[in-house]
Design a protein around this ligand. Sequence first.
Ligand code: APR
Ligand code: PHB
Length: 394
Amino acid sequence: MKTQVAIIGAGPSGLLLGQLLHKQGIENVILEKVSPDYVLGRIRAGVLEQGFVDLMREAGVAERMDSEGEIHDGFEIALNGVRNRIDLKGLTGGNTVIVYGQTELTRDLMDARTKTNQTTHYQVNDVQPHDMLEEHPYVTYESGGKQYKLECDYIAGSDGFHGVSRKSIPKDCITEYERLYPGGWLGLLSDTPPVNPELVYIRHERGFALCSLRSQTRSRYYLQVGKNDKIEDWNDERFWEELKRRLPKDLADKLITGPSIEKSIAPMRSFVVDPMQYGRLFLLGDAAHIVPPTGAKGLNTAASDVYTLYTILTKVYGQGKTELLKEYSKICLRRIWDGERFSWWMSNMLHKFEETSAFNEKIYNSEIEYYLNSDAGRRVIAEQYVGLPYDNVE
Ligand code: APR
Ligand code: PHB
């Protein structure tokens, strides 16, 4: 088999890239190790920067996002029980974010791919990129007991943090930057009305909490938990009681609880690989970088990688601009580190980590109070939350 771009991974990065390339007449095949239902079963964030929204519209898959997604003009940061609103729209000259679950946008991308009769092989095994430094790379995989070889011009490694793509690059050709945080996020999804119409990030003596939502009838809540906490330690009752302890009183008093329809613990990690390419293999999304979810940047940094690779490949196939290929990683990483820094900063400002010294605890508290009490400080938070501009690719 042969295609122009072999995409490894049918998560948001791979699916969005595939749809954008298709719109430009660039043929692509996606290889995914699990089933479509398994992909859709992953509950992830849902705050979309304008850049992501624009790409979904350019890909022609934004109809449901535009009709069901919620435009949010602001969000809150609660410190020591006091709620502070960040006026995104007012502080950024009109920019906002859209709240729309990753599960839903992944479903929209899957449906669009099916409607456009593009090739996606699910539940394949032993995917392996080959000859990445050669002119004709290829990818091998097993499906239904048979071995296959997919020849291509380029390979897009959008197979997430645990995927095969990054691990196929010789260790001495990359540098990995990592910070593991001593704790995780315990998330709960419930069919209950959100406690607040906008997101509320909470710094509390007992630990961080976040009130988010998927719609006016479906809520998403998070609690910072210890690095040894297990999901079986947290039944619904304990979750709701702890959340109430961390919420500002007026929110705690009106919290509507209910049975969890999903509950999971995600680790907190910052990670970047440099460079994000090796010959004709290009890494994008979680395959190349991870952020703690505090800044809502995971999906949005993946989107800017997709934009950069899609734009470069469109110029390569359309105008023969192959010199752009070697610029991919540098262009992506400049914006990635912005997202890493904001996510790291929000995490340190709003979490209580065991490892943090008493002095640093005081510094962080003083710093976030300074930012919230200053127009300049709120503007710095707002312009990063709505998303810094994408870099030009030319
Ligand atoms: N072969 C084929 N597919 C693979 C392999 C492999 N060896 N390893 C992983 N995959 C698939 C996974 O099953 C998954 O569906 O690659 C896909 C990667 O998707 P994500 O992990 O969602 O990564 P990405 O598409 O970059 O999306 C980033 O997802 O995890 C969230 O917070 C993250 O919001 C961010 C977004
Ligand atoms: C979510 O709704 O899942 C969510 C929102 C904002 C974040 C992280 C997660 O920063």
